[in-house]
Design a protein around this ligand. Sequence first.
Ligand code: IPM
Ligand code: MN
Length: 351
Amino acid sequence: MSNYDIAVIPGDGTGPEVIAEGIKVLKKAAQKFDLNIDFTEYDFGGDRYLQTGEILSKSEIEEMKTKDAIYLGAIGHPDVKPGVLEKGILLKLRFELDLYINLRPITLYEGVESPLKNTEPGAIDFVVVRENTEGLYTGSGGFLKKGTPDEVAVQESINTRKGVERCLRYAFEYCRRRDKEKMLTLCGKTNVLTYAFDLWERTFNELASEYPGVTTDYAHVDATTMWMIKNPEYFDVIVTDNMFGDIITDLGAVLQGGMGIAAGGNINPEGVSMFEPIGGSAPKYTGQGTINPLAAIAAGHMMLSELGETEAAAAVKEAVKKVVKEDLKSLSAGKMGCSTSEVGDLVKDYI
Ligand code: IPM
Ligand code: MN
């Protein structure tokens, strides 16, 4: 029997509600596929910060490094200044655990209405590999003469050869393993960001010779957003930097039916990875039992898959697809036709 020690960070807003359903489903999958999964809960988030002033300590980070994976709900609290918790918890974990890949699959399941006219399920099925530890997210930069009429604000995009190469290498390997069109699109902005994306493009072209089975492709980020709407079926795997990846994956989430279904993995292929629904804390829906837990459940599927539990992962995915196709009126909070916990029960029962 495989044993797993999972850190659970329910976090803020609707995070705890959706994570509870995810755990319900994971426990069922564990029982069915003979896995021993221990869940240990951590109270990192806005409420603890408001009560104690603690964000995330060094020893807590060290503890996370001893886990097999981390299962995260959402970070962000309406009473805390934007950036404090996001930088102090979510981004901190991404940096400290060196979660250098943010893997975001974009799939339109059967039974889901896409905001795009005449889009059949199957037409939208691609994956974004977002670099997750560099670019505009490092916090490099600063102010000069803050608050004066001569104020200067600089926010730098940091791109290291090592960071770019390991992300691209992961994307090439992922694309080959995915075994679909075997086409990897680099999404950049080589016509304007002529330093950062010069490095990305050169490294991309160099690595391409090591992966002869993968067709390489390039699109500027602005064109990428256009193609995602016009011809989403064109894409197989897209690799891009941190900021562009952040932006295009929200667009991708909407194409697949919205934040109710969109999940992502913050992955360190050589270490401990963290899985989360990408929709955020949704304060407006907190505590109502109307939020869609499928994104959190899908994050659980990604976690099982990354842990190598292929069969259990597939069972969760099939159950999610079935619920989407047969039971839900909509994927949006409050419009599903059932409650948060009923959705969790349906997925669990299909497993
Ligand atoms: C995401 C989120 C985060 C990001 C925020 C909450 C810091 O939008 O995971 O995409 O920008 O990466
Ligand atoms: Mn985002």
